[in-house]
Design a protein around this ligand. Structure first.
Ligand SMILES: Nc1nc2c(ncn2[C@@H]2O[C@H](COP(=O)(O)OP(=O)(O)OP(=O)(O)O)[C@@H](O)[C@H]2O)c(=O)[nH]1
Ligand SMILES: [Mg+2]
Length: 233
């Protein structure tokens, strides 16, 4: 089975080369689709030098957001399994084999890498972020009857047909609750696998902020109660 790695990237000149190399080093059949929308640092230049190894999609010269970039990446995928990879170094691609295993073995349709159970190692994290993650995950479980430990994780992995069934609309970071809500409303169980986590700080380039947390709450409610035609293609 082939893995499609979709990498949304915006102004990540410090880490983009390293993350591409780390993905390339994973010994599995895969393709990499990098979606950059309007980076203003050296990211586009660095991507040009790697274009024989990865598919680079320039979304537009104007910055839109992580959600829009992921949706564009999803339109390009040719693999059987899709994983989202952030372009920072918070999560480690060497963990792909464990993450995709439940899908390969037919035990799962959707797998999330959880930072908060199983203890595979975590650098000290910002307390506000940690509590926001806990709150959003808890709210998801109450609204959707799930048992997740990490709804906001960036390591979200799907069988291709699951993604193809979803009608996705997100522009920014609300893509995380949208993917979760729509997978659960479509009746899929989300399987979690423990992963390690090395959080970066805002000063190191983290872009998600307080308003993204508020938006996540809004979208969790919206997608819980909206009509099925907004969920399913
Ligand atoms: N193409 C594109 N990528 C983006 C944009 N905003 C963020 N990203 C990418 O999305 C990934 C996650 O951004 P981070 O700032 O690390 O956010 P985070 O706090 O780790 O949040 P998570 O989405 O939960 O991982 C990184 O690879 C960013 O470069 C955007 O506007 N456009
Ligand atoms: Mg990140």
């Amino acid at each position: 089975m082939k893995l499609s790695v979709v990498i949304p990237v915006y102004n990540e000149e410090l880490t983009i080369k390293e993350i591409i190399d780390r993905v390339l080093a994973v010994p599995i059949d895969k393709e990499m689709i990098v979606v950059d929308d309007g980076s203003t640092d050296r990211t586009p230049e660095i991507l040009k030098s790697t274009k024989d190894k990865v598919t680079v999609v320039y979304n537009s010269l104007i910055n839109i957001g992580k959600g829009a970039a992921i949706r564009i990446g999803f339109e390009q995928v040719k693999g059987d399994i899709i994983i989202i990879q952030d372009a920072d170094l918070e999560l480690d691609p060497s963990e792909y084999p464990r993450i995709i295993e439940p899908i390969i073995e037919g035990r799962a349709d959707v797998v999330y890498g959880s930072r908060f159970f199983g203890g595979r190692g975590m650098r000290e994290t910002n307390l506000t972020n940690y509590l926001a993650n806990k709150l959003l995950t808890h709210l998801t479980n109450i609204l959707y009857g799930s048992h997740l430990t990490d709804m906001e994780t960036a390591y979200k992995c799907f069988r291709l047909d699951v993604i193809k069934k979803m009608r996705l609309k997100s522009i920014g970071f609300e893509i995380e609750p949208e993917l979760t809500a729509k997978a659960l409303r479509l009746g899929y169980k989300i399987y979690e696998v423990p992963i390690s986590y090395h959080p970066r700080r805002i000063s190191e380039g983290k872009k998600i902020g307080f308003m993204d947390g508020i938006k996540a709450i809004y979208f969790l409610f919206k997608y819980r109660f909206c009509k099925m035609k907004e969920i399913k293609r």
